[in-house]
Design a protein around this ligand. Structure first.
Ligand SMILES: Cc1ncc(COP(=O)(O)O)c(C=O)c1O
Length: 447
């Protein structure tokens, strides 16, 4: 598809906006998109997301709506729910969260506070404790970090890992959980390059009578592909985004068990089981009308996620990240936790004169788009950092393999060596990368 086949109506009616979108498309198709939380949504996702379904109001859930005219919408949402359940082997799915953060917010409403429908309950839930990986160690804002609602309304009990290897000491986590008695334990991260052992967290959650909640936003495709442990059998609830490596629309979804195993402790007066509490936590507690066009795009993303090709993509994401990590280490770069088991390569600049921000900006100048990021043990400020976080989902989506990672590693290394005089190499590297990108397909852009 060339630029002029895209959004012809928008181009005719609002050329100013169309030109900006075209520039973004050109940028993404001529640079190495290495932000680990990004991917390329394929055309069928873009078409569903751009469809007239955006017009429809359908507050409620399938076949129980507050608006008329939803016969087909009911089927669309049901299809997305059934495919989500099938794709991840879950008992229950909610596909209405507007994004990952609202999905997590709904979990707090359902598990850690009294929802409107349970107003009869008298338990006071101020500052319920939630255990999670802290933000500087790679956890997400919504897992109880103080800058977010989750750290303001709840008390985070942070657990950690060995700063050199990334290994989680489960004896320490158990001891902490026994002492603090959190109501909920989050297992999930935005910047942690190692595998998460949900079965070990599940034992601890059982012992301390806590809900176990996985946030698989970053690694959902790896779970589908079988290259990361599966949280669904072990967790009460699993949240996710449908964008990032899943290549769906920008949204969130929640999977869960049907039954609330701790109802007698935390919601004794509730008439709802776990699945119903979560649905209620999304609508009406938190959100209004669901985004039908987005749920439709999710449905088709889940269909794609169940294909053998998608599973191969998931496996290749990890193979590429491991190879990239190896090649960078061979060139002398230090990586947080000493490597990767997933899609993230976190370059550790603690011992470098250069900051994460300097390196990320130099990379971007040359056409390698990542982000500066805290690394474990970072002494620099969050807006400066000692790390650069890179990921392989988008490059893998373009069809890149291990041998291509060798070229990518060489460019990254060259940029590092020229941070101080980046203008001397930027134009040439940019040109090489553009030429390299031209040899690949790009889902949604050049299929
Ligand atoms: C682990 C994790 N959970 C949740 C989110 C939130 O997703 P969103 O940005 O869609 O709100 C993110 C986003 O980066 C994430 O990394």
């Amino acid at each position: 598809m060339n630029a002029h086949d895209r959004h012809p109506t928008l181009r005719a009616r609002d050329p100013e906006l169309a030109a900006l979108i075209d520039q973004q498309i050109d940028h993404e198709s001529t640079t190495l998109k290495m932000i680990p939380s990004e991917s390329f949504a394929p055309l069928e996702v873009l078409e569903a997301c751009g469809s007239m379904l955006t017009n429809k109001y359908c507050e409620g859930y399938p076949f129980a709506r507050y608006y008329e005219g939803n016969e087909f919408v009911d089927q669309i949402e049901s299809l997305a729910i059934e495919r989500a359940k099938q794709c991840f082997g879950a008992e229950h799915a909610n596909v209405q969260p507007y994004s990952g953060s609202p999905a997590n917010q709904a979990v707090y409403r359902a598990l850690c506070t009294n929802g409107a429908a349970d107003a009869a309950e008298t338990t006071t839930c101020d500052k319920v404790k939630v255990m999670a990986l802290s933000l500087p160690l790679g956890g997400h804002l919504t897992h109880g970090w103080k800058a977010s609602f989750s750290g303001q309304d709840f008390q985070q009990i942070p657990y950690g890992y060995d700063l050199e290897t990334g290994a989680i000491d489960f004896d320490q986590v158990r001891e902490l959980a026994k002492r603090e008695r959190p109501r909920m334990i989050w297992v999930g991260a935005s910047s942690y390059p190692r595998l998460l052992d949900y079965s070990k967290f599940a034992e601890i959650a059982q012992e301390v009578e806590a809900y176990l909640v996985a946030d698989m936003a970053h690694i959902n495709a790896l779970i589908v592909a079988g290259v990361h442990p599966d949280p669904v059998p072990y967790c009460d609830v699993v949240t996710s985004t449908s964008h990032k490596m899943l290549c769906g629309p920008r949204a969130g979804f929640i999977l869960s068990k049907q039954e609330d195993r701790w109802k007698h402790l935390y919601h004794p007066a509730s008439k709802m089981d776990l699945a119903k509490r979560l649905d209620n936590g999304v609508f009406p507690t938190l959100q209004g009308g669901p985004h039908v066009h987005v749920m439709a795009a999710m449905a088709t993303a889940f269909r794609r996620a169940m294909t053998p090709e998608f599973k191969a993509y998931g496996r290749q994401i990890v193979a590429n990240a491991k190879h990239l990590a190896e090649k960078l280490m061979e060139r002398g770069h230090r990586l947080a936790t000493g490597g990767t088991d997933n899609h993230i390569v976190l370059i550790d600049l603690r011992a470098s004169e250069h900051t994460g921000k300097d390196f990320a900006k130099a990379l971007a100048k040359c056409g390698i788009i990542g982000n500066f990021n805290m690394v474990p043990g970072d002494q620099r400020k969050p807006f400066v950092t000692s790390g650069v976080r890179l990921g392989t989902p988008s490059l893998t989506g373009m069809g890149m393999k291990e041998k291509d990672m060798e070229r990518v590693a060489a460019w990254i290394d060259e940029v590092y060596r020229h941070i101080g005089d980046i203008d001397t190499v930027a134009t040439r590297i940019q040109g090489e990368i553009k030429e390299f990108c031209d040899t690949f397909n790009i889902p949604g852009i050049r299929e």
